[in-house]
Design a protein. Sequence first.
Length: 188
Amino acid sequence: MTLRLFALLMGLLAGHAHAAGWDVAELMKTLATNGGGRVRFVETRHLAILDQPLRTTGELVYHAPARLERHTETPVRESMVLDGDTLTLTRDGKTHSLRLRDYPEIAALIASIRATLAGDRKTLERSYALSLSGSATQWSLELLPSDPAVAKVVLRISISGSRGEVRGVDILQADGDRSEMRIEPVLR
């Protein structure tokens, strides 16, 4: 009986020590090992100008560290490709490109996703205060704008996942609009 109790206590202490070691640095280290991948997504946007939420589906493609693609399939086919500092939008056969350096607030919002995927804590901390909760198998990273210009656009970004995989991105904008994206595990 005493041996079982001792083993149980040691297991609990070991689990606590492991959980105590799970912090933003560990999460970033884990995410940084992600070389990229292709995933399916479902996003629900709640916009003040619409009576009903807008549901979009499609595919995300990430090539570490700087290329992120979003290919929307429904309700309208379109693609956004972020490659370095260039964002290219294609819809209805028309393509528009812009340089992120010309739109710093948009750049900070996009950087929140790309830097998280790359495990780039330095880039995240340029515009956000970071707060991590949960464990390695079920974590949530809260990004609160520390840059006043970014705070005019976004109030909070919550990114959730398991180990080195992002499974959800929730964004609350300063105007009250919000989006909730659910991401399926990596397609191999």
